[in-house]
Unconditional design. Sequence first.
Length: 762
Amino acid sequence: MGEVFRRRPPGRRAVMLLLAALLAAAVAVVLLRRPVDGAALRPGWAGTEQAGWIAGIVSAVFSLVGTIAAVQALRVGRADRAPATGRLVQVGRLPQSASWFQDRRAQLDLTRVARTGRTAVLTQVLSGMGGVGKTQLAAQFARRLAHTGELDLLVWITAISRDAILAGYAQAAWQLRLVDPTVDLEQAAATLLNWCERTDRRWLVVLDNLDTPAHAAGWWPPANRHGRTIVTTRRRDAVLAAEGRVLVEVGLFSEAEAAGYLHRAIADPGRLAEAGQLAADLGHLPLAVAQAAAFIRDRGLDCAGYRRLLTDRRRRLDELVPQPDALPDDHRATVAATWALSIDAADAAAPAGLARPVLNLVALLDPNGVPTTLLTTTAVLAYLTEARGTGDVVGVDDVGRALHNLHRLNLITHDPHGGSLRVHALVQRAARDELTGDQLSRATRTAAAALLDQWPESETRPALSQAFRANTVALRDHVGDLLLRDESRDVLISLYSSLGDAGLVRAASDGLDRTIADSLRLYGPDHAGTLNFRFLHAFHRGWGGDAAGAADEFVTLAADCIRVLGPDAPLTLTTRHNIAFWRGEAGDPAGAAEATAEVFADRLRVNGPDHPETLNSRGSLAWLRGQAGDPAGAVVALRELLADCHRLLGPEHDVTLKARNGLAFQLGVTGEHAAAVSETRALVADYIRVLGAEHPQTLSAQRNLASWRGHAGDPAGAADALEQLLATCLRVVGPDHPLTAEAAEALTYWRQQSQPHDVSDG
């Protein structure tokens, strides 16, 4: 039984019956006192006849009232013959109220929507991943309705099976005295639902943890404006939103709610430093926040110390929460075990055996967005076929169905038309914790191969490139040294190259510093991976504005490449080519020309005249000829090179585009400004199409175009274009990048040139 509540005021029908009875009594009194034909009443036939007539009227009235009452009783049914105890009838035990319960927005919305008389929504299905607090929201909602006297019957059922649901209904029927305890479960349950459909007493049925919707098939509480139903589930199947039911997605704590919980649960200000960051690390998952707070209190930690433990990949997630027998707030499982049943259920659904290995792959990638195309690559399909172990070849449709199974159990969020999926970071960690070393290695190789297979060829779609970079960074952070093994390391080459192409040179250099240190620790200075990472580091150093430092770094690398790989190895020749290039950028065109000539000769010997790298060195020689004071000769050499590049490589090859850029620039140096504008404008359009609008080479070509416009007689147009370019450079590559400095310097010059000059006679 629950707590005592106020009796409900009489219903409209009861009031009408009472008034009818009073009216009958009043009529009887009046008639008994009224004289007949003005004479006083007296004994004898006349008085007797009148009294009998009046008694008949009164009897008829009361008979009518009784008939109405009987009909009403039949309509209401036996239920309203339940004892009028003035107490709430409660079946089932509500879970203990969570300590430091947060009045979440979801709770307020639930209460507002479900208030009797305000809405036709009588059944609400609270759906969300394990740990978001669905049960606590439902329990708090039930308590508030009970506390405000809005319930006569509260039924709380842990709906783990059909029998559990029927037993809860039957218990309610017995407590309401609708049936005898000897009646079987189904009959008692059916009686309770019939009563719920017809009664005007106020009821609430909660089906908690209905994680198999089929258990409620045929046994959903009926629609009645006096009653309401709340369901909590990890599922979000379409059937849960059918027949007037409303699916309510229960999400995570907001930042304020998570921080508020930690402040109230830990209380000690000295232990709350980095509380907001800890909430973010936990993904604002209510269950994780509660268990972390309990762990912090029990171990005497502070939030910063717990964050350090959380980032330690060597620790399993279940080592960072209280033991199962010490969980707070009636929690049934640790945060690490919360999703185990959901994963088992998803993996058991057809096609069986696929959801778990799909989740294992997703667990290595970016929780905020995994491109679904990664999961349909040849490498992933082969991995899934092997992991499933049935011998059946896994196809793209099978992957789609596995994703649907994970989605409907709230383990991932997947929009089939959106092109990506999301997963909570702690779900990922729980999945990773279950992988053996061999399983993690195979999953790492597969994820790296999928990223390499789908990597965007250019930066023309910045959002897509960023998604691939984010997934590679996540993979690197999740698996550590495993990504430096074998061909998997190539995905890091793609990552750092893409960062540089996007103008994120500092991020590329910082990542390479870390990766080179790891490669040196694992494999030493002579490993091919270490040498390749060092090459990229030196290149990005030059792109970052330190041309002389880049040249020196390439000199050191070239010596190691010659020693380890030999003088004719591709990496050796490319390193020597870059020595020459960055020497020229550092202000030594003569030394650059000499070094380039040597590399060109070796490439002719090793690769032949038509190889892209040979053509690249040939282009560098032509460019340096112009820099050395012979722009006309450079124009001739570049035109010849460009014809060969179109024939051998095509119009969009990087070497072809660089040759066009060099030709346009040298045309301007020779004074052919209009031709330089025309050539550079066409080049910018092709750079945008091939490389993207924010690629450093595109930005550099736009700077050249603006300057040639100024030299061609449009200084104001040049200033306007450079102003826009400067804003882009500040946003994309930052204030310290050479491109930004060059754009700012050119803008100042062409602004001055565009101002009217005072001319006075001397």
